[in-house]
Design a protein around this ligand. Structure first.
Ligand SMILES: [Fe+2]
Length: 222
């Protein structure tokens, strides 16, 4: 059996099996039907895509390499599917996320709050989708920083398509209505990009889960 190697991340069979098993917890019907399919709105990449990638770029942003101290923040399992315009899963899509840590600092030399940076937060992660188009990250619930409501940045890279960037927001957060970028979306766009971070069923540690599907439009690579 071949083992799928995630870029810079999970490569041992044991790890792979462990993470694959987790899909059972998060997978399931996304509730998307062809007639409802709406292309996920693209959003600006913003200025804080890491200017130097971390040594560890796997899909667990809470632990860097073999570190023992996890990042500060509300543990959140963020998952979803990458779909094409027909609703079919996109295989071999490289999903990248990046977000600020609990102190509001990004993995970027130009970030604010650099002196308060959480050295245990990976800040950036990658996941290569398989045939189901699913992805999964373990990270923290995003927090606000000056000028922005909480959000997770996404980039999706797949063969034959232009890089797609967007942002995922926290449903019910009071900062959304004051955020210039969120307000720039129409009603359907807000709905598509704003998802609940709900308590994970049976989690004694108070972990959260969020589901964020991305529907790519047909944008030929240039
Ligand atoms: Fe941001």
């Amino acid at each position: 059996m071949s083992i799928r190697v995630l870029p810079g991340g999970i490569s041992s069979r044991r790890e792979f099996v462990r993470w694959t098993g987790l899909f059972g917890l998060f997978a399931g019907s996304s509730g998307l039907f062809a007639e409802e399919l709406m292309k996920t709105p693209a959003q600006t990449e913003g200025p804080f895509y890491p200017d130097k990638l971390p040594l560890d770029t796997d899909n667990d942003l809470l632990i860097i390499n073999d570190g023992i101290t996890p990042a500060v923040g509300e543990v959140s399992w963020v998952s979803g599917k990458i779909l094409d315009e027909r609703g079919d899963p996109v295989r071999n899509a490289l999903v990248e996320i990046w977000q600020c840590d609990a102190a509001g600092a990004y993995l970027h030399s130009g970030t604010s709050n650099k002196e308060k940076q959480d050295k245990n937060f990976q800040g950036f992660g990658r996941f290569l989708t398989g045939s189901s188009g699913e992805y999964l990250f373990r990270t923290i619930k995003p927090v606000p920083y000056p000028g922005r409501t909480p959000h997770i940045h996404y980039a999706v890279k797949s063969k034959g398509r232009k890089k797609f960037t967007t942002q995922c927001y926290v449903e019910g957060h009071s900062g959304n209505a004051k955020d210039g970028i969120w307000k720039g979306l129409d009603e359907r766009g807000r709905k598509a990009l704003t998802v609940p971070f709900a308590p994970l069923h049976n989690s004694k540690a108070g972990e959260l889960a969020a589901k964020f599907d991305i529907v790519l439009g047909y944008t030929p690579e240039v």
